[in-house]
Design a protein around this ligand. Sequence first.
Ligand code: F1P
Length: 291
Amino acid sequence: SYMEQELRSQPDTWQEAARIGAAAGPLPKPGQRVAVVGCGTSWFMAQSYAALREGAGMGVTDPFAASEAFLGSDRGYDALVAITRSGTTTEVLRVLDAVKGRIPSVTIIGDPETPAVALSDETVALPFADEKSVVQTRFATTALTLLRAHLGADVSTAVREAHEALSAPVEQEWVDAEQFSFLGTGWTFGLANEAALKMREASQSWTESYPAMEYRHGPIAIAAPGRVTWLFGTAPQGLEADVARTGARFVCHARDPLADLVLVQRVALERARARGLDPDSPRSLTRSVML
Ligand code: F1P
């Protein structure tokens, strides 16, 4: 499948992104107030980038689902970043139209020849990470890798551990599980949202996602034997024991969280196969969602 080919190429496209990320001129400068928008997977990458940029002390960075962006008020943003693989997503185009003349700098991360780019000032293109599949894998993670590199992170560990995630076993318990809850904190909350979406899109799986400590405030009520609680990053104290008491399987790997997302993409693929689904033709989805 395209999905498998594309997800397997991620370590290479990440390496390429790391090379160009540090010098990507059109991205926001330190100190600027930034809004980041996208839909679906691209929104979740916006969430991760926003947490990373604020965490790096680069300035206020607010992520929005493009459909729910700040349009009614002027919040004084210096720059807008829109993440969009297709460059044709209706809600993204509406934001770009609405901020014209109100936000001084608008940058698209995506394809260079699209309606989105026509409505923006600058583009960061990732042609080597474009995809044929409906379900996004490498475009999103490569965009986030570029952004990590631009924020000064050394992504060589992520690249190495993505290789390792591609050869790690996909456990039968994950293929058979009835339900998954994905958890994260800070920038890995966006990855948890993305992991949950990947499993829904590719394999019709029942999944949920929460900030790690929010999970204890209600959602843990559905944790039970035969279900999986999968945490990206470092486990907050006490969480593993709480999950263990429910009988759910607790999963938390000591690898770069973005590399661990690669393993979840493989779980989604294996679950699709086990159910006789074609991951390249997800139910009710199209490659770009337009009105
Ligand atoms: C984003 C998106 C995907 C989703 C589906 C439809 O599109 O919503 O996240 O998985 O494939 O498109 P884009 O704006 O990044 O092209």
